[in-house]
Design a binder for this molecule. Structure first.
Ligand SMILES: Cc1cc2nc3c(=O)[nH]c(=O)nc-3n(C[C@H](O)[C@H](O)[C@H](O)COP(=O)(O)O)c2cc1C
Ligand code: SF4
Ligand code: SF4
Length: 294
């Protein structure tokens, strides 16, 4: 196995080399991670995009001091397609910051799931956060967390990075068990029974941007734009990137979900950050007031 103390010692001595691992079809998760990195001011950064075909990734403790893992929240959970790619990574006992981005509805048990997953693949989670990004289903007419992350969110992301930087020096990885909110069981993952977004051939200029943006590579352009329906994850990357608005959500079930979210998620939620160790003791007693959400 690995000696986690080696990495703690490294962190006290130098500016960090950071590996950023992300799944971000519409870019909000990646943007938040970049804000956090700005606050850490690392020596170097390296990005791994979980939406690109992956070979098994062995994180090297000699060249990486800290890993940031970011995913969007899908139905309160990690998107299954991101889980497949995360399982190919070997964390080798390196410290990890876990970031979930959600569309101003709920983030459920995703941070707990990310913590379990990070530990399973060999990382030591040291900080976590839930940030808000514009909802994948949001449109100008039916905005849901429209334009987020905004300047306020990005400032908070940077401050979170600064907190990580100042706190990391004092962390003993061997004794660190990150406190995250969430109460088991996880909500069961049910795929939405719906059709992918459709293309209005009269508006399509066949630019190929939707093909490039699709994280599961199911769009192709022949005479018309085609979808491979069963694999669609409804991320709406193709819709948001389309320069002519040719691509749009037309499925009745998805339209109904959009309307419900538009009506119910108007109140602005704020980012939440977690840096505490469950093994920290107050007057000799382990902390018992762990944050929980239902
Ligand atoms: C299939 C699906 C499920 C989603 N489930 C949730 C959810 O449970 N709670 C929430 O607040 N947002 C949910 N969202 C919205 C995304 O978490 C949010 O838009 C996020 O910012 C997208 O990240 P990205 O820009 O990195 O792709 C969902 C989006 C999709 C496509
Ligand atoms: S991004 Fe829009 S305009 Fe471009 S090929 Fe796709 S559907 Fe057509
Ligand atoms: S076709 Fe489906 S999976 Fe591909 S970008 Fe569009 S919504 Fe996402």
């Amino acid at each position: 196995m690995y000696n986690s103390m080696i990495y703690t010692n490294n962190l006290t001595n130098k500016s960090m080399n950071i590996q950023i691992i992300y799944f971000s079809p519409t870019g909000t998760t990646k943007k938040i991670l970049e804000g956090i990195v700005k606050g850490i001011t690392p020596k170097s950064t390296n990005f791994t995009n979980l939406m690109a075909p992956q070979i098994n990734l062995d994180i090297d403790g000699n060249s990486t001091d800290l890993v940031l893992i970011g995913v969007p929240t899908y139905a309160n959970r990690i998107p299954p397609e991101a889980i497949v790619e995360l399982k190919k990574i070997n964390g080798n006992g390196i410290a990890a910051v876990l970031v979930a981005v959600y569309g101003n509805n709920k983030f459920g048990t995703i941070l707990l799931e990310m913590k379990e997953m990070a530990k399973k693949i060999g990382f030591i989670p040291i900080a976590a956060a839930a940030f808000i990004g514009e909802h994948s289903f949001s449109t100008e007419k039916m905005p849901i967390a429209f334009g987020r992350p905004d300047t306020e969110d990005m400032n908070k992301a940077q401050s979170f990075g600064e907190s990580i930087k100042s706190k990391i020096k004092d962390i003993n990885l061997a004794n660190f068990d990150l406190q995250v909110p969430g109460k088991l069981p996880h909500r069961e993952w049910n795929k939405i029974p719906a059709q992918p977004p459709e293309t209005d051939e009269n508006l399509c200029i066949k630019c190929g941007k939707c093909v490039e943006a699709c994280p599961v590579n199911i769009i192709s352009i022949t005479e018309s734009v085609n979808n491979d329906q069963p694999k669609c994850i409804f991320c709406c990357a193709c819709v948001k990137i389309c320069p002519t608005s040719a691509r749009s959500v037309t499925d009745a079930k998805l339209l109904e979900i959009r309307e419900r979210l538009y009506n119910n998620c108007k109140e602005r939620k704020e980012p939440e950050m977690f840096l505490e160790n469950t093994n920290d003791e107050v007057f000799g007693q382990p902390l018992t007031n762990k944050p929980q959400i239902n």
